[in-house]
Design a protein around this ligand. Structure first.
Ligand code: AMP
Ligand code: MG
Length: 340
């Protein structure tokens, strides 16, 4: 176990992070989506340390973070017109684009695929660390594999203390769910993971339909291959057994009341827990999917801290940013959804 320093992300801490990264170490950094564990994407031995710290399966590739388009040189084989259009519209921001892989990326980043995932984050600390190191940074979410992603530096410390030398504290993440992932490596664009940049926004910029990968809303069937390896794993799950209840508030309240008992908690929207016979944690406002995205992971972590064993979750609206919220929640619930 090593000593983990939690440092406010000032200029000196950013420089310290850049020096560690240049020396082949890993560092946790804030981004606008969630906190990430970063390593140089050019250094295979450094990237391996990310997989070890997270306990991440080796065949799940990482996203490479850049701070300017010139950094794409050598990371990708080609930059199609469609990628330039998406970059112009959404970068810097919470969109990851999968492209044919270039020669400079370490093999460990791509997990054996001939494609690479690229994102240009908007968070000032993430950008400062990339700029100070001059390195493209491979960075998955800074949680232990399978658990909820971290949206504060304290969340990272809870999961990663002793596993990395430095965590930069840049406050709470504004988006709260991981980036939207779209692939432009095939014939048609496919949305592999929904996020804050929505399918509708992508289609508007591309001027063509974007296919939704099957694994976004449903469990992969036996024999079906994941187009994005991350989708085949149990994911985002708290310790509690979570069930999503899909229906209106009255039906939700009736169901939860009928299933009250020790260790039972409600995961609902702001103000909806009042009058329920079980304790509750809320995750945003019912009509505000961005607030749900921002609060979901921290709500799941709070349920664990409280020792919740059985959680009945309100179902978000499955569209727009709500598609990303539902995608994370349904995995946290191991796809257990009750239609009320
Ligand atoms: P994380 O960094 O933890 O947010 O996970 C990154 C996500 O992007 C995972 O779901 C990966 O499977 C996916 N991903 C990364 N690289 C690729 C790639 N080359 N092709 C398809 N999916 C990818
Ligand atoms: Mg992750």
């Amino acid at each position: 176990m090593m000593n983990t320093i939690l440092a406010k992300a000032d200029k000196a801490a950013v420089e310290k992070a850049a020096a560690l990264l240049a020396a082949g170490q890993i560092v946790a950094i804030p981004t606008e989506t969630v906190y990430g564990i970063a390593a140089s994407a050019l250094n295979g031995a450094a990237v391996k340390k990310i997989f070890e710290a997270k306990g991440r399966p080796q065949d799940n590739p990482l996203i490479v973070h850049i701070d300017r388009l010139e950094m794409l040189k050598g990371l990708v084989a080609t930059v199609p017109e469609k990628a330039l259009a998406l970059a112009a519209a959404f970068w810097p921001g919470p969109l990851t684009i999968i492209l044919p892989r270039g020669p400079k990326v370490a093999d460990e980043v791509c997990a054996g695929l001939d494609t690479v995932a690229i994102r240009m984050p908007s968070h000032p600390v993430a950008r400062a660390v990339i700029a100070a190191s001059g390195l493209p940074l491979a960075a998955p979410s800074a949680n232990r594999s399978g658990g909820p992603s971290p949206t504060t530096a304290a969340d990272v410390l809870a999961d990663m203390e002793g596993r990395l030398p430095l965590i930069l504290d840049g406050g709470s993440c504004g988006v709260g769910v991981e980036s939207t992932v779209i692939t432009l490596a095939g014939q048609t664009p496919v949305l592999l993971r929904p996020g804050f940049v929505t399918k509708e926004q992508l289609e508007q910029v591309l001027g063509c339909p974007v296919e939704l990968a099957g694994a976004v809303l449903h469990q992969l069937k036996e024999g079906e291959t994941a187009r994005s390896p991350g989708m085949k794993y149990k994911h985002y799950a708290p310790k509690a057994h979570v069930t999503i209840l899909r229906g209106d508030l009255d039906a939700y309240r009736a169901y939860v009341s009928g299933h009250a008992g020790p260790g039972v908690w409600a995961l609902c929207f702001d103000g909806e827990g009042e009058g329920l016979p079980v304790p509750s944690v809320s995750y945003g406002a019912r009509e505000d999917d961005a607030s749900q995205a921002r609060e979901l992971f921290s709500a799941l972590r709070r349920l664990d801290e409280q020792g919740a064993e059985r959680v009945y979750a309100r179902c978000p609206h499955i569209g727009g940013v709500g598609l990303a919220v539902y995608n994370r929640l349904v995995r946290a619930a191991a796809f257990e959804v009750v239609e009320l």
